[in-house]
Design a protein around this ligand. Structure first.
Ligand SMILES: Nc1ncnc2c1ncn2[C@@H]1O[C@H](COP(=O)(O)OP(=O)(O)OP(=O)(O)O)[C@@H](O)[C@H]1O
Length: 270
């Protein structure tokens, strides 16, 4: 991963390893509000990278930049570049990015509430112009990852629990067979057990199917437990990046950037 304090040498990476690069991206809303002021990250194939930071740090904006969703919100990238594989993201429409393998699950577990869980899932495969048999096979695959969704498949999504709605939103994204799954705060508003359940499944998808994941989270403890690497945003700038296990063991980083209570040792040092 690149970044101001990366602990991985750039020479360790080859072009072919890299799936996503965000290079010093700056972005505004309404040509006025500066939401990103220099965000950089690199995600290798098969990695889980967490994007961490406080409220308003720019996590959602960074993810929307990656999926080219900013123009829909009067947002603009004013400097820098984002590449997904060979593609220059700014030049590709969001639906073409989905077809190329980059799909985002937006913040707030968006489901079609009046459609059944299964109808929600099927809607995720439509853009792929898949054959009927393929859709059925993909549904079974999703049900293997999220057995609870199979039990609830005939129920309106709006009547399922928050965790099940998040699983439905993720399952719908998986129906497009992505190479990179982008998730915005999947833990938001969920009970701790549901959060663990979802992150455990995401990690299995990553390890067993090679799915690459970029996940923005305020819950840094859970994100650092399941991610390989993390990037910390502060005021729209990526101020720190490195291996999740290293960042997790740093009390000073947790206190300075991740809103955790500083220990006596950290207080003494600063
Ligand atoms: N659609 C928008 N129009 C104008 N300003 C926006 C818009 N979305 C976000 N912003 C502003 O951009 C900045 C970054 O917000 P963003 O939502 O990206 O941060 P975040 O880290 O995801 O925060 P949170 O964790 O609270 O969702 C904030 O100052 C926010 O007010």
């Amino acid at each position: 991963m690149s970044g101001p304090n990366s602990n991985e040498k750039e020479s360790d990476m080859t072009e072919a390893d890299i799936l996503l690069t965000v290079e010093d991206v700056k972005a505004t809303y309404n040509h006025a509000i500066r939401a990103l002021d220099g965000v950089s990250l690199t995600l290798k194939r098969g990695e889980i990278v967490a994007l961490l930071g406080a409220n308003g740090a720019g996590k959602t904006t960074a993810l929307k930049a990656v999926s080219n969703l900013l123009p829909a919100e009067r947002g603009q990238i004013v400097a820098g570049r984002i590449r997904f594989g060979e593609l220059d993201v700014a030049a590709v429409s969001p639906d073409a990015l989905v077809r190329a393998g980059l799909v985002q699950v937006l913040e707030g577990r968006h489901c079609f509430r009046s459609l059944t869980v299964e109808e929600n899932l099927v809607s995720g495969g439509i853009g792929r112009s898949a054959k009927r048999g393929e859709i059925a096979a993909d549904l079974e695959r999703i049900y293997t990852w999220f057995p609870r969704l199979k039990e609830k498949r005939r129920l309106a999504a709006g009547l399922t629990s928050g965790g099940e709605q998040q699983m439905t939103a993720i399952g719908r994204a998986l129906m497009s067979r992505p190479r990179l799954l982008v998730l915005d705060e999947p833990s938001m508003g969920l009970a701790p057990l549901a959060v663990q359940d979802i992150f455990r499944t995401l990690r299995r998808l990553n390890r067993e199917e090679g799915l690459s994941i970029l996940v923005a989270e305020q819950n840094s403890a859970v994100a650092l437990t399941y991610a390989d690497k993390a990037v910390i945003l502060e005021n729209g700038i990526s101020v720190l990046s490195g291996y999740a296990r290293d960042l997790k063991s740093r009390d000073d980083i947790k206190a300075l950037y991740l809103g955790q209570k500083p220990s006596a040792a950290v207080l003494a040092a600063y």
